[in-house]
Ligand binder design. Structure first.
Ligand SMILES: Cc1cc2nc3c(=O)[nH]c(=O)nc-3n(C[C@H](O)[C@H](O)[C@H](O)COP(=O)(O)O)c2cc1C
Length: 143
């Protein structure tokens, strides 16, 4: 059974709901999801896993959350080569630029983005978004 960490930051619960859907997909596919937050995990522990999921909403002006997630990811990039990474997050009014930038940073650091791109949704995940996130979870369990 493959254990997969689903690491998220969420200010108002939307990305947390996305994390729960990813975890449901992992568990449904026979994996074991371990849902945790960025501030409860060290970069060193995250870097031990070859397959991992990260979730963060669009914050600031199309950037990652700046006090916890941005410094975490800046450090994690040094360990990202060869990892298989799923990305997800909620947004409000933008066009997903924060997610494209996040993907590009990790791809540039040598990681493979599972599904080819991050899963984004406007505000809370609707039924279509939940289905996409559960599918992402299945891909994580099989990666
Ligand atoms: C301080 C702040 C900055 C934000 N900046 C953006 C942004 O640049 N682009 C965007 O599309 N949404 C932006 N949003 C909207 C959030 O991404 C959106 O409300 C999202 O659903 C929050 O997810 P969460 O519930 O997981 O915190 C911002 C929200 C806050 C509170």
């Amino acid at each position: 059974m493959s254990k997969v960490k689903v690491v998220f930051w969420s200010g108002s619960g939307n990305t947390q709901a996305m994390a729960d859907a990813v975890a449901a997909g992992i568990n449904a596919a026979g994996g074991e999801a371990e849902v945790t937050t960025f501030d409860a995990l060290s970069v060193a522990d995250a870097a031990k896993d070859s397959v991992i999921a990260f979730g963060c909403p669009a914050m600031g002006a199309e950037v990652l959350e700046e006090t916890v997630v941005e410094p975490f990811m800046a450090e994690y990039e040094g360990f990202a080569s060869g990892k298989k990474i799923a990305l997800f997050g909620s947004y409000g009014w933008g066009d997903g630029q924060w997610m494209r930038d996040w993907q590009d940073r990790l791809s540039g650091a040598g990681a493979t983005i599972i599904g080819g791109e991050g899963v984004i949704c406007n505000s809370a995940p609707d039924a279509d978004a939940v289905a996409s996130l559960e599918d992402l979870g299945r891909q994580l369990a099989q990666a």
